[in-house]
Every structure is written in structure tokens, then in C-alpha cells.
Design a protein around this ligand. Structure first.
Ligand code: ADA
Length: 540
């Protein structure tokens, strides 16, 4: 029997019209006289004729469906609104955040879906962020026809990695008065059949013939949940992440993280990076001997996390934020948006075994005691949705940070050898060890400590006999020395370089060619010398 909850992927070529710089999405849809075509997922501002434009764009297509449906949009930029037959059915207020909308699509037949996006800066995405604010639909658009109700949230938790016992929390979109059968199957075999009514229930059982998920062996089990006529299937990974003292453990084994920060960015695709390129990125990272990505500085695509699950790459995922300044930070609105985003993200990506850390508010004013209240509040909202994963923020306040006690892992973004150099010295590599030692001494002795960013800039192809700043040679020397210091000291539970590849930033700020050029690869993934330096260091 075909279950009603089958997912259609609506990706492909949609019609597109650009409404100009001044427009922002609103309840009024514009006339369609300047209609053109664009791919979904896709960014409108990375190619002619809308190259670099800011404003509202309308992605439009017809869909044959009817009845109760769930529409999924895996991230837009900078914000969006969704219209069904001209009626507003939902909003995507946060850049990159996946959203789902359950609504009545009307009589079975042809309907019009419009996703309006706007890449103007707003109260959440500020113009000074050091990454480009792309406009478009960044991930897949999906549609499921539902049997009058659905499971809204399914959370799978590994309770015990020794016995393979899991808990499945089920929450439906509405209160179900009628009692229905609920059946759980693993890898095709039924493991539990019972009944469900109401809105929320939790079920526990052991996964038969279980195998654990880990970076060395990222084994998935297929879970199918059938609730009456509704059915959902997903890959799960059995694994437990824990902190004991200053160490991280995965399934009881000490874990050290090694990898890169990564922007979802490419000159030709913007933030709508195709899964083929994501897969290539992740395979380069894995072949180098790394096991970790920090998804800087926003929610990740479903396709990206599924690839990380499959390849065994661990992920720090974080809400949108970058160096938020006091004018914005201490407003009620800012706190509201942070507290809204954190649990939303944790709920959405809860079942990805690859995600092991939740993060928020990169480099905020954590040296100001007034920030403690905000950091504690966001930390608590994450924990209320997910008590199983460590939560943290990346700090650049170093010794002056007054919030380190609040979070589970202390994560610092120092750039020794790049920042605070003596201008008359060609190399600052000799500063790296003393500066890192000094910082390490200031971290609370009872907390795990990781380097969440470090590195140096280099212009791809710029070789220099002086080995000065911005040469590939200098960046490679910095990377090699950081590896020497950090990888040989087990006080650090992780090292995460800034950053995987050069990525577009603000165009007319302090960035040469508009790029954050601290990439170990250029924007087209061509390796700089620093890539080989890390490859060599990881062989040792
Ligand atoms: C910070 C920030 C990064 C990037 C980096 C840099 O550490 O978190 O997003 O801007 O600085 O290149 O200066």
C-alpha cells in the first residue's frame, strides 16, 4: 500500500521575477511581467541579470496536490515568505534555517506556490557580518501529502551505547482523539507495535543486532515509524557524546576533534552549494585525516548533514550570528530571536548523529558581564530541547571572557602568528606557542577546551621569498606550527582551522577581492600550501 506521507521533491527550474532594490516580501505579490527562470535550490544574486542585486525575488511554480500537506524549505536567504494560491501560509524569518509548514492545500488539482525571498539586511543579518548575504533558496523544497495529521517532531535518542537501547519521542501536529496503531521497524523488521493517541508519547526499545555510529564506522540503521496511515522513514546513528572532566567521549572512547570551519559558499552557487560539491569537500577533509567541521556561522543544509552522517564527519552546528555588537546585542528583540532559533535548530537536526555540538553567537561581547544573562538564556533554550549534546559559543575575548563557566566546552578563536604581530618582523610564527600557552593557562581547569578558529590569510598563487603575510608560504608555516603545538597537547579536545576555503565576504569592506582569504583552499577548492602542511602534520 502506498502511504500518504510520500515526499515529492520540488527542486528544478522555477520561474523567477525580481521586484527591485526597494521591495521586501509582503502580502502583495507583484505582477509577473519580468519573469525569467532560475534553479531551485539557487541564488539569484550570483549570476546575470541579478548579479549582486539586493531586494525581493519571487520563485514561482505550479504543484499538483490537494488536502493536508507539509511543505519543507531547507533554508532561504536572507528571509522569505511563502504563498499558496496567493495566500500567505508562512514565513522563513531566519537565514539558512529550515522551515516546515503544514496547511490545507485545497481541492486536488493544480496550485501555485510562490516563495518570496529578500536579501536586504535585517535585524538578524547585519551588514558587517564577514560573509556575503546571498539571496535565494539554499536547499531543497519538498512536499508531502498527509492523511489529515502527521508526526510533527520525531526525536531519536541513544540511551545506552552498550545495549543499543533507544528512546523515540513522537509529537503529532494535532491532538489525536482516535486511538491508532503505531509501529516501529528497524532495518525492515518490526520491533514494537503499540497504540497512540493524544499529542506526545515516548517509546523505548533496543535496536536488534545494533552497530554503533562513529567517524571510523558511520553505520546507519533505518527507522520506519507508521502511525495509522502516516509513515516516516529516516536513517539514525547510535552514538552517545559525553563530557567527563576536560575530555570529550564518543561511545565511551576519548574523542579529539580535528578539522575546519566551513562556509556554505561558492562563487557560482552562492549559498546554494550543490550536494556533489559538498560531498567533494567532505571527502577532501576526510582523506586529509580530519573528523570535524564547524558549520560557521549558521544552520546547515539537510543534504550536508546527511553526507556528514554517511561519511562520519562530526559537526558543530550553530545559529546565525557573527560578532554581534552592543547596540544590537542588548536589545530585547535580539534575545527573542536567539531564543527562538536555538531550539528550532536543535529540533530540526536532532536525529543527525554527526551533529555533536550546538553553538551560538560567534564572537560576542562575552567580556561584558551583561552578556552572561543572554548567553545563559540561549544555552538553556538549547538544553531544554536537547539535553544530550554539549552547547557552546566561540569566543575572541580570551582571558577577559567572563562567560566560560556557563557553557560545556570552552572554545576560543585566537589567531597567534597572524594578529598582534610586530610590523617590522616578517614572521610571527615564534609567537604561536607562547600565546597559546598563555591562553590555555586562563581557561577554567575543569572544562574541555578547544581552538574553534585559528589560521592566517593567503592569496592563492601568491608565493614569496620573504614568506611574508598573505603568502602561501607564511600561511603554511602558521598552520604547521599550530598543529605542532595543539595536536601534541591533550589539554585541547579539538583544533578547528579557519577556514576550509576562501569565501565571499562584504565586497567593499576590508577584504581583498571581497574574499575572506584565510581558506586552506581557494574558492574553487584549489589547495594552497597550507593544505599540504596540515596533511603532513596529520600523518605524524
Ligand atoms: C573571526 C570570525 C570569522 C572570520 C575571522 C577572520 O574569527 O569568527 O568569521 O571573520 O575572524 O577571518 O578574521
Amino acid at each position: 500500500m502506498r502511504m500518504m506521507s510520500e515526499k515529492k521533491i520540488l527542486d528544478g527550474i522555477w520561474s523567477f521575477s525580481f521586484a527591485g532594490e526597494e521591495s521586501v516580501p509582503g502580502t502583495e505579490l507583484p505582477a509577473t511581467d519580468n519573469e525569467t527562470f532560475l534553479a531551485v535550490p539557487g541564488c539569484f544574486d550570483v549570476a546575470a541579470p541579478f548579479f549582486g542585486r539586493r531586494g525581493a525575488g519571487y520563485f514561482r511554480r505550479k504543484v499538483r496536490t490537494g488536502g493536508l500537506v507539509r511543505l519543507g524549505i531547507d533554508g532561504v536567504g536572507v528571509e522569505g515568505e511563502v504563498f499558496w494560491d496567493g495566500r500567505l501560509i508562512g514565513r522563513c524569518p531566519y537565514a539558512y534555517m529550515p522551515e516546515k509548514f503544514v496547511f490545507d492545500a485545497g481541492e486536488y488539482g493544480e496550485h501555485e506556490l510562490v516563495i518570496a525571498v529578500c536579501n536586504c539586511f535585517n535585524k538578524i543579518f547585519f551588514p558587517y557580518y564577514d560573509f556575503y548575504a546571498f539571496g535565494g533558496i539554499f536547499g531543497s523544497v519538498t512536499l508531502e501529502e498527509l492523511p489529515g495529521y502527521c508526526i510533527d517532531c520525531l526525536k531519536v535518542t541513544t540511551l545506552d551505547y552498550r545495549t543499543g537501547r533507544i528512546r523515540v519521542d513522537v509529537e503529532t501536529n494535532r491532538f489525536l482523539r482516535k486511538i491508532r496503531d503505531i509501529v516501529f521497524a528497524i532495518d525492515g523488521g518490526e520491533v514494537l507495535k503499540t497504540s497512540f493517541s493524544g499529542r506526545r508519547r515516548s517509546f523505548e526499545f533496543a535496536v536488534p543486532d545494533f552497530r554503533l555510529w562513529s567517524p571510523e564506522s558511520p553505520h546507519p540503521h533505518r527507522l520506519r515509524v507508521t502511525l495509522g496511515k502516516y509513515e516516516e522513514e529516516l536513517d539514525i546513528g547510535l552514538r552517545v557524546i559525553e563530557i567527563r572532566g576536560t575530555k570529550l567521549y564518543l561511545n565511551g572512547k576519548e574523542l579529539r576533534l580535528m578539522g575546519y570551519n566551513r562556509h556554505d559558499s561558492h562563487p557560482e552557487f552562492g549559498a546554494a552549494v550543490p550536494p556533489s560539491l559538498m560531498a567533494a569537500d567532505l571527502q577532501m577533509i576526510r582523506q586529509q585525516g580530519c573528523n570535524f567541521i564547524r558549520g560557521s556561522h549558521y544552520p546547515q543544509r539537510e543534504s550536508f548533514l546527511s553526507l556528514c552522517d554517511a561519511l562520519g564527519i562530526l559537526v558543530w552546528e550553530e545559529t546565525l550570528g557573527w560578532d554581534v555588537r552592543d547596540k544590537e546585542l542588548f536589545t530585547r528583540e535580539f534575545l527573542f530571536h536567539q531564543k527562538d532559533q536555538a531550539p528550532k535548530l536543535a529540533r530540526c537536526h536532532y536525529n543527525h548523529p554527526c551533529v555533536i555540538i550546538w553553538g551560538f553567537m560567534n564572537e560576542t561581547l562575552s567580556d561584558d558581564r551583561r552578556a552572561r544573562r543572554i548567553i545563559k538564556a540561549v544555552y538553556d533554550t538549547y538544553k531544554s530541547e536537547d539535553a544530550t549534546r554539549p552547547v557552546t559559543y566561540a569566543s575572541n575575548r580570551y582571558e577577559k571572557d567572563v562567560c566560560m563557566d556557563i557553557v560545556d566546552i570552552v572554545a576560543m578563536n585566537p589567531y597567534p602568528g597572524w594578529e598582534n604581530m610586530n610590523w617590522n618582523e616578517i614572521s610571527g610564527v615564534h609567537n604561536i606557542r607562547p600565546r597559546l600557552d598563555e591562553l590555555k593557562a586562563a581557561i577554567p581547569a575543569d572544562k574541555p577546551f578547544m581552538i574553534s578558529e585559528t589560521g592566517a590569510a593567503a592569496i592563492y598563487g601568491h608565493r614569496d621569498p620573504y614568506r611574508a603575510r598573505w603568502s602561501e608560504e607564511y600561511q603554511a608555516e602558521v598552520a604547521a606550527e599550530v598543529c605542532r603545538v595543539v595536536l601534541n597537547d591533550d589539554r585541547y579536545c579539538g583544533l578547528c582551522f579557519w577556514h576550509f576555503c576562501d569565501a565571499l565576504s562584504h565586497l567593499n569592506g576590508g577584504r581583498v577581492r571581497g574574499l575572506n582569504d584565510k581558506g586552506f583552499l581557494d574558492p574553487y577548492r584549489r589547495p594552497k600550501l597550507a593544505w599540504s602542511a596540515v596533511t603532513e602534520a596529520l600523518k605524524k
